[in-house]
Design a protein around this ligand. Structure first.
Ligand code: C2E
Ligand code: MG
Ligand code: MG
Ligand code: MG
Length: 284
């Protein structure tokens, strides 16, 4: 019986493995064509200045609308793109698209907005990364001071000889950096002092159970107080309730982002959302 069960277990395992491998190959093959076939697009989520309620910027988030599968979330295909060497062209496309969008909005009268763009650690490490950024800035004509690159602790954890100099080169071009998913990695806090990072984004896993969860409250308070001491701005992601908003803004969180304010939206919808929000602000 044990032998039988063992064999079944093994067969089950192989079946799972095969399913996973073919799923991955499917994604990989389709990913290659996705950009050419215009199956990728960006959505934009507003970021709100806590003290004024003003929209200070948006974060660009990539979407893949697969012709048969429908919407495939980035958490599923970004890792595949990283594994099969497609993160470079995909990342470059995101950079160009987001920069062009911001300039387009500006030309249309929507000013004073920042555009935050997610950068995969693997993308940042490619030798051509700085040139890709330069090219996106150049071809869109956007003001580099309005572009913020979101990097993660993972990037800081692995050695990269010229990490500092690359960050500084991009900073010298006018770009700013934020540290995404803050608190989920294991980066030494020393990095924050040493590197040109201007904002940290408190991960949404710490925000979800605010207020009330003693540990998440402690992490949040510690992060906010450290950010303040180091002169960093703090952005909270995943803000879904007024209670979370109040907890965070009462404790000095600078910027809020989450479904409470707006979901990530396609460009037209986001443009209208920001216009409407600004009109309401002026009235108030
Ligand atoms: P992230 O950069 O930390 O983005 C925040 C995620 O939280 C987004 O998921 C966003 O849609 C979601 N979110 C926003 N507000 C709320 C909220 O109130 N509640 C909850 N539960 N979630 C909220 P999304 O768009 O699925 O992206 C997931 C991750 O995929 C991103 O996490 C980022 O790491 C990666 N990603 C997305 N777009 C890009 C991209 O263009 N390039 C790269 N390299 N990575 C990207
Ligand atoms: Mg992000
Ligand atoms: Mg995040
Ligand atoms: Mg994330």
């Amino acid at each position: 019986v044990a032998k039988e069960a063992g064999r079944n277990g093994y067969q089950f395992f192989m079946k799972e493995m095969n399913a996973r491998v073919s799923r991955r190959m499917f994604l990989e093959n389709n990913l290659r064509r996705a950009l050419e076939r215009h199956e990728m697009y960006l959505v934009y989520q507003p970021q709100i200045e806590a003290s004024t309620g003003r929209v200070s910027g948006v974060e660009a988030l990539v979407r893949w609308n697969h012709p048969e599968e429908g919407l495939i979330p980035p958490d599923r295909f970004i890792p595949v793109a990283e594994d099969c060497g497609l993160i470079e062209p995909l990342g470059a496309w995101v950079l160009h698209q987001a920069c062009r969008q911001l300039q387009d909005w500006r030309d249309d009268g929507l000013d004073e907005l920042m555009m935050a763009i997610n950068i995969s650690p693997m993308q940042f490490r490619k030798p051509g990364f700085t040139d890709t950024v330069r090219s996106a800035l150049h071809s869109s004509g956007v003001d580099p001071r309005c572009i913020e690159l979101e990097i993660t602790e993972t990037l800081l954890m692995q050695p990269l000889n010229d990490l500092d100099s690359r960050l500084r080169e991009l900073t010298a071009m006018g770009l700013t950096f934020s540290l995404d998913d803050f608190g989920t990695g294991y980066s030494s806090l020393g990095y924050l002092k040493r590197l040109p990072i201007s904002r940290i984004k408190l991960d949404k896993s710490f925000v979800a159970d605010l207020p009330g969860d003693v540990e998440d409250e402690a992490v949040t308070r510690a992060t906010l107080s450290m950010a303040k001491d180091l002169g960093l701005h703090c952005v909270a992601e995943g803000v879904e309730t007024p209670a979370q908003r109040d907890f965070l803004s009462e404790r000095g969180c600078d910027t809020l982002q989450g479904y409470l304010f707006a979901r990530p939206m396609p460009e037209q919808e986001c443009r209208e959302w920001i216009r409407h929000h600004r009109r309401q602000q002026r009235r108030a």
